[in-house]
Design a protein around this ligand. Structure first.
Ligand code: SF4
Length: 81
């Protein structure tokens, strides 16, 4: 089992929503016009939010794809040790 950190920079996000198209179980369209993480335990800070999830809870391939399709690199998926 591996853990992943899912992070979004909300100030960078331009609301293109390709991430939502790619992985709608992880990303949702917010009323603020930004994408937000759908998960338990999301930490919300000024201008960003993040969560750590294990690979049983997410589709890692889809998560990485959502990172790769973001036109402004607002999403960061990091494998944790
Ligand atoms: S693809 Fe990138 S810019 Fe578009 S909503 Fe998702 S995070 Fe924001």
């Amino acid at each position: 089992m591996a853990n992943y950190r899912i992070e979004i920079d909300l100030e960078t996000c331009i609301g293109a929503f390709t991430c939502v198209d790619v992985y709608p179980e992880l990303w949702e369209l917010g009323k603020d016009g930004k994408a937000h993480i759908i998960a338990e335990g999301v930490v919300k800070e000024d201008g960003r939010e993040y969560v750590e999830l294990n690979d049983k809870l997410i589709d890692v391939e889809a998560a990485i794809q959502s990172q790769n399709v973001c036109p402004v690199q607002a999403i960061k998926i990091t494998k944790l040790k």
